[in-house]
Design a protein around this ligand. Structure first.
Ligand SMILES: NC(=O)c1ccc[n+]([C@@H]2O[C@H](COP(=O)([O-])OP(=O)(O)OC[C@H]3O[C@@H](n4cnc5c(N)ncnc54)[C@H](O)[C@@H]3O)[C@@H](O)[C@H]2O)c1
Length: 101
């Protein structure tokens, strides 16, 4: 599998507890990024962060991405834990509260 070089990068991945977001998270970690995993599913986040823990530095946040206050607060927490601001890359997937994709 191709490996990308994300060393020194910080990524925020939404919908990271499963599916595409989880796959993206693992690829970023494999490439050397530190990753903040965001999802509404606390149990899923905890389980996957434990499973992936040996691959790199991980931060988790329970966030509903349609809520601006939650997003702002989680962004601050992620950057405080993982990096200095200005070295952040975002990747992920979002589903709105009404289920539309
Ligand atoms: N799976 C595919 O083949 C595919 C292809 C093209 C596009 N997409 C799109 O990519 C996105 C993800 O697909 P998937 O298959 O990984 O979905 P999934 O349902 O398996 O996972 C989505 C994750 O996002 C989380 N989530 C949903 N709404 C959220 C919110 N408001 N805030 C925070 N977390 C939230 C869920 O808890 C879940 O863990 C969707 O928008 C989908 O339409 C998927």
């Amino acid at each position: 599998m191709n490996k990308f070089d994300f060393k020194g990068r910080v990524a925020i991945v939404t919908g990271a507890a499963r599916g595409l977001g989880l796959v993206i998270t693992e690829r970023l970690l494999d490439g050397g990024a530190a990753v903040s995993m965001w999802d509404m599913d606390r149990a899923g986040l905890d389980a996957e962060a434990r499973r992936l823990g040996a691959k790199g530095k991980i931060h988790t946040a329970v966030v509903d991405v349609v809520d601006e206050l939650q997003v702002n607060s989680a962004t601050k927490a992620a950057l405080a834990y993982l990096a200095s601001p200005g070295r952040c890359a975002g990747a992920g997937n979002i589903r709105s509260r009404n289920g539309a994709r």
